[in-house]
Design a protein around this ligand. Structure first.
Ligand code: DON
Length: 312
């Protein structure tokens, strides 16, 4: 394999010139205002190397990528009981779909569609005040990334609140089935704030290291989660992390991956690397167009698909 830094630089240069950049999310003004020419990538390897290119140090709205960290924290709070309230199957539906909830009695298919992440956030909230739960999430990702500069973009959180009618519908609908303990407004206040976490690719790739390292935080050597739990979170990222585009992501890239509507993707190759890419233009399924292409090229040049025997 060629030098990793050179590969990352080449991919960033190719993405800078890519003609088809997808469409930037426009449902809230702060996301619609992001420059579609942006592209960033960061790779952190199991042996501690860090390679950054393009806009890899520019903060962006991580949006649904935060669902990975929310799930990790909620599992820490209630353990496997969480799976009584949220499924582990791909939905094959859009991230904000309502259709399956009626026939499945208010139990969301998985923790990465909006409905699932709203239940996870209800669990996180537990007996806390919303601001305490938001603070806990922020402290958690800062600790994982080893970087206290990570922040929540209040303008994004407010804009989500102003337009979050469908999320409100999902939350209230699940409450009608008894699968939401707290008032929809309280839960969504926390949900919108964790979606509004602003992080760079470098910070996001660092925050994903525990999933690459069998649940261990490489900074401290302490376990964030057990190896079994890390495996399960990675499995859910592979099967459900890109909504109705999860099959295509596994087919083209073959990493555990979680996308967000801000154009970020966190991708994990256990034992090998934690990778973050960001480009705000989205494909028709709401996943980063160039982020996916960049990961596909990275796999071609490194063999880092989890299905590639060269990795193991
Ligand atoms: O709930 C929402 O609509 C957003 N805050 C997050 C959605 C998201 O990132 C979906 N991902 N592609």
């Amino acid at each position: 394999m060629a030098d990793l830094a050179a590969i990352i630089d080449d991919i960033a240069a190719e993405m800078a010139d890519a003609p088809d950049r997808g469409t930037v999310a426009s449902y809230i003004p702060p996301l619609a205002a992001v420059d579609p020419r942006r592209f960033g990538i960061a790779v952190v390897t199991a042996d501690g190397r860090e390679c950054i290119a393009g806009d890899g140090d520019m903060a962006f709205s991580i949006q649904s990528v935060s669902k990975v960290f929310a799930l990790t924290l909620a599992l820490g709070a209630v353990g496997d009981q969480l799976w009584r309230r949220v499924g582990v199957e791909p939905s094959g539906s859009a991230f904000n779909s309502v259709v399956q909830l009626e026939s499945e009695h208010g139990i969301p298919r998985n923790p990465f569609i909006n409905a699932g992440a709203i239940v996870v956030t209800d669990i996180l909230l537990g007996h806390h005040e919303p601001r305490e739960a938001i603070g806990e999430m922020l402290r958690f990702v800062r600790m994982l990334a080893g970087d206290d500069a990570i922040y929540i973009d209040e303008a994004v959180a407010r804009a989500e609140q102003d337009t979050g009618f469908r999320n409100m519908a999902l939350a209230n609908y699940m409450r009608s089935f008894g699968n939401l303990d707290q008032a929809a407004e309280r839960v969504l206040g926390v949900y919108f704030h964790h979606c509004a976490l602003a992080m760079s690719c470098r910070q996001l790739a660092r925050a994903g290291r525990f999933l690459m390292a069998g649940g261990r935080n490489p900074d401290t050597g302490h376990n964030i989660v057990s190896a079994r739990r890390a495996r399960r979170i990675n499995a859910l990222m592979l099967t459900c992390g890109h909504y109705d585009g999860s099959g295509e992501f596994a087919f083209r890239v073959g990493m555990a991956g979680k996308s967000g509507v801000g154009g970020g993707i966190l991708a994990v190759v256990p034992g090998i690397a934690s990778i973050a890419v960001w480009s705000p233009g989205l494909n028709e399924r709401g996943n980063s167009q160039l982020g996916t292409l960049a990961l596909e090229r990275l796999v071609q040049r490194t063999g880092w698909s989890i299905f590639d025997p060269r990795v193991f």
